[in-house]
Design a protein around this ligand. Sequence first.
Ligand SMILES: Cc1cc2nc3c(=O)[nH]c(=O)nc-3n(C[C@H](O)[C@H](O)[C@H](O)COP(=O)(O)O)c2cc1C
Length: 172
Amino acid sequence: MASVGIFVGSSSGATQEAAELLEEQFDEVELINMEEDYDDLDQFDEFDVLLIGSSTWGQGDPQRDWVDPLYEMENDTPDFSGKKVAFFGAGDQDTHGEEFVSALVKFKELFAKLGADTEYGYWPTEGYDYKFSAAEKDGKFVGLPIDKVNQEDLTEERVEAWAAQIKQEMGL
Ligand SMILES: Cc1cc2nc3c(=O)[nH]c(=O)nc-3n(C[C@H](O)[C@H](O)[C@H](O)COP(=O)(O)O)c2cc1C
């Protein structure tokens, strides 16, 4: 089975909890918290599959532990070709429904620019109630949105269904 690296940035634990549920769904898997476990860009190279987790802050911005790694990626332009990458993260569709999980699209665009295959894990917008999301493309989210604030009871089933979906899409 392909090796899976879950890289997660989470300020109050919502995306971290989703990452831990996700971790349970894979056999050969490692969970890297961007604040505690991340050292440098070489860590991404250890895995065939990257599951990238970040909550959204500010006005659609990535979680703070991702700021430096994203800057390094933009400047060092590592080659991510051959890697299969999918995205997930927490947001708040009620209080921050004008930019619901918008950060996910920033990750997708950057990883795609670096050669990764990012056409995995698109997720239906049904079941969410928000005003706008930059992460919505052609009627689907470009990754899995989690909403611990308003829909905590749906997180586990969403993560399990999403894991099954990406396993199938990635041929894992
Ligand atoms: C100041 C502030 C700004 C936020 N901005 C957004 C936003 O633009 N979009 C969104 O979906 N959620 C936004 N949120 C909600 C957080 O993403 C949400 O609380 C999430 O559960 C945090 O996840 P984490 O614990 O994994 O970091 C914001 C929250 C705060 C306090």
